[in-house]
Design a binder for this molecule. Structure first.
Ligand code: ATP
Ligand code: ZN
Length: 223
């Protein structure tokens, strides 16, 4: 048993730099060896676990790590997936973070006749987020099929795999480049700091309680 606080962050991707920068700004120093899964803090009894973002919700929900920094899109998708499969899906939301902003949107080919969501009835929608998409379709009474793809979602219509897509958008440039038009935002997301649901040792909890006001301070200063 270690009494070091473990924090899961994305190893390399859109959230990595800002996750590290936030911790650094809070006074938690690290020297990261790119080849290593774990980075030990040089200033605090804290270890960083550097993993794929998709693994972060599960690591926190299973209590394998204490904290996680992850996009709400990935977090909510994982939570719904776990509920659907009767797995533990609990966590404590700590802070919404001011980075990783994006939206999960429905988009269709430019030449599509699409006018309203109901037009998707009987059609196929490609996505990496089947749970979020299914919930949205169900809430809106639309009977579309979801086609699960872990990547290259934006080429699915051209490849004849689907009539529409549901994918992450930030500027819209990728959609545009693929001849797609954004029609409907189904989920808005930013990065979030989460904690495992079960209680921690006094020492670990004290460290988190010290970290949170620092995060608030850093975010306030950036506004
Ligand atoms: P990993 O290898 O860790 O699985 P990934 O390819 O799934 O990486 P990234 O593309 O690095 O993930 O995106 C990580 C997160 O960044 C997304 O889940 C989302 O929360 C956020 N994000 C912000 N803007 C965008 C965007 N334009 N496209 C995709 N993700 C974005
Ligand atoms: Zn991922």
């Amino acid at each position: 048993m270690t009494d070091r606080l473990t924090i899961a962050i994305q190893k390399s991707g859109r959230l990595s730099k800002e996750s590290m920068a936030l911790l650094n700004a809070c006074g938690v120093k690290f020297s990261v060896n790119e080849a290593r899964l774990i980075a030990h803090s040089t200033s605090h009894p804290i270890d960083l676990l550097r993993v794929r973002d998709d693994d972060i919700p599960g690591l926190v929900m299973d209590g394998v790590v204490d904290l996680g920094l992850v996009g709400e899109n990935v977090l909510e998708e994982a939570r719904l997936e776990r509920i659907a499969t009767d797995s533990v899906a609990a966590y404590q939301p700590l802070r919404g973070l001011e980075f990783g902003q994006c939206r999960l949107s429905l988009a269709v080919p430019r030449e599509s006749q699409y006018q309203s969501l109901q037009d998707l009835d009987g059609l196929r929608v490609a996505t990496t987020y089947p749970q979020l998409l299914k919930r949205y379709l169900k809430d809106n009474g639309v009977n579309a099929r979801t086609v699960m793809l872990t990547g290259s979602v934006e080429v699915a219509p051209r490849a004849g795999l689907a009539e529409a897509i549901c994918d992450l958008v930030s500027t819209g440039a990728t959609l545009e480049a693929n001849g797609l038009v954004e029609k409907d935002v189904i989920f808005r997301s930013q990065a979030q700091l989460i904690q495992r649901a079960d209680s921690l040792s006094e020492e670990k909890q004290a460290m988190i309680d010290q970290l949170l006001p620092r995060i608030d301070g850093v975010q306030m200063a950036r506004e």
